[in-house]
Design a protein around this ligand. Structure first.
Ligand SMILES: [Zn+2]
Length: 463
């Protein structure tokens, strides 16, 4: 295969790719109310229709199933034989325009950068892969296995689109999802979000402070930037509140309100944040307040979250050659009769879910708390020497010359839903992620380089 011609063709096509990206970015494709033939809303459906139009123009045969779309290169992969899949998504996370310097829904070029929601996650990378595959077809490549592009429409919220695909369609023998980082994600940690709770009987007790409520956190998977405790003023000796940079104590009507401030981060990377919830707990633990069972629960939580990043004090920590377990306490609700702490655990890739089911049961027993969770997602771990991994990695290395080793991340991408897939591109090595951020962008150079990598990757897989 002459990759010089392929690289040249892709460079010539770059303005066209940019135009296609502009069309896709126009749609504010966050999950919305369903409509006929638009299960996740009309904007998601419009983005899907536009992406399939691009695929058709590039020579793919397409099918719109509304929950997902299919573009097959070289015959209809589903019926004709084994195929590799390229799986990505056209839905986006919300963009708050006032946080952006650019219009999130109109592709804006500034120098080499193309700004817009979805440029990096995941509309841009999917287009780069489509053009990469099209370049092979244009060069007359006749593959041994087929390639099917699967466009998901509900990745950011519930992955319902691709789950529908799984129910209805033939599965690939392998493939990749261009929806993470370069060079390649070899492992995704296991995930379990679990609640630690305790209930008690509210008893009338006399103290200067009587706890009304604690509220902290906004989402299971976000390190909380703010946490608040509200106390009624009761009887007893008045307290002196120690000064602290990150804590305020104010009187709000009849209540004393104590607020702790920190820095938000993704729950899979608690080391990048500063947890306001545990700061608040440590502060109020030093105060005398009632009811006594609430005070006791706070003391237990302070002990269990003394390390609020690795789960050490809950007996959950561990590491292996590839990854470190993290546990981030992200939500706390408490009142006079009980409380629940929600934790986001990402456990090391070499463990099995059963181990954590056991450890969580032991935690409940040992601490006299209830521990519940909806599920424990198994980790994903591909052998570094597996043919799929080496085919993709060598494609990346050929184009970029970058020899960075494959990564393990906190999870979870599409690769977890469809067996045999790994996440492959396109966020640059050693840079903060642009996905989900304000002023998300991809550069033209990154689009072109990604398309060249994907062309070689698909060639390596299917030759
Ligand atoms: Zn994504």
């Amino acid at each position: 295969m002459n990759f010089n011609d392929i690289d040249k063709w892709l460079e010539e096509k770059l303005p066209e790719m940019e135009k296609d990206l502009a069309e896709l970015v126009k749609h504010n494709s966050i999950e919305a109310e369903s409509a006929p033939d638009a299960p996740f809303g009309t904007e998601v459906e419009a983005a899907l229709e536009d992406a399939l139009k691009v695929a058709e123009r590039l020579g793919f045969s397409t099918r719109n199933e509304h929950y997902y779309g299919i573009a097959d290169m070289g015959g209809t992969a589903g019926e004709d034989g084994d195929f590799y899949a390229v799986l990505g998504h056209l839905d986006v996370v919300p963009a708050v325009p006032r946080d952006w310097e650019h219009d999130p829904f109109s592709l804006t070029a500034e120098g080499d950068r193309l700004y817009g929601r979805g440029t990096m996650d995941d509309k841009g990378p999917m287009l780069a892969a489509l053009y990469g595959a099209a370049a092979l077809a244009k060069a007359g490549f006749e593959p041994d296995a087929f390639v099917r592009f699967i466009f998901g429409t509900n990745e950011e919220t519930h992955m319902a689109g691709v789950k529908k695909y799984k129910e209805r369609e033939k599965m690939p023998i392998g493939g990749f999802t261009p929806d993470a980082d370069w060079p390649l994600v070899i492992g995704e940690k296991g995930i379990c979000q679990f609640n630690v709770g305790r209930q008690w009987i509210d008893a009338e007790e006399k103290a200067f402070l009587i706890l009304n409520k604690i509220n902290a956190g906004t989402a299971n998977n976000i390190v909380p930037a703010m946490a608040e405790a509200r106390f009624e003023i009761g009887e007893g000796a008045e307290l002196q509140f120690a000064d602290s940079e990150d804590i305020t104590v104010v009187l709000d009507g009849e209540e004393i309100v104590i607020t702790a401030y920190g820095t938000a981060a993704h729950g899979s990377a608690p080391e990048q944040g500063d947890n306001a919830l545990t700061k608040l707990l440590r502060y109020i633990d030093r105060l005398d307040f009632s009811p006594a069972p609430a005070k006791a629960f706070v003391a237990d939580l302070v002990r269990l979250t003394a390390d609020d990043k690795t789960g050490k004090d809950m007996g959950l920590s561990g590491s292996d050659e590839y990854s470190v377990t993290t546990v981030s306490p992200n939500i706390l609700h408490m009142d006079r009769a009980g409380g629940t702490l929600t934790n986001d655990m990402r456990y090391r890739v070499t463990d099995k879910p059963e181990k954590y089911k056991k450890l969580l049961a032991q935690l409940a027993e040992r601490e006299n708390v209830s521990v519940d969770y909806s599920h424990v997602t198994a980790p994903l771990f591909a052998d570094k020497t597996a043919p799929l991994v080496s085919s993709l990695l060598s494609a990346y290395r050929d184009v970029t010359g970058d020899m960075t080793e494959p990564l393990v991340i906190g999870g979870g991408t599409y690769a977890k839903v469809i067996p045999g897939m790994v996440a492959f591109g396109c966020e640059p090595v050693d840079e903060p992620s642009r996905a989900h951020q304000a002023d998300e962008y991809i550069t033209r150079a990154e689009l072109l380089s990604a398309a060249r990598v994907y062309a070689r990757a698909i060639y390596n897989l299917t030759k």
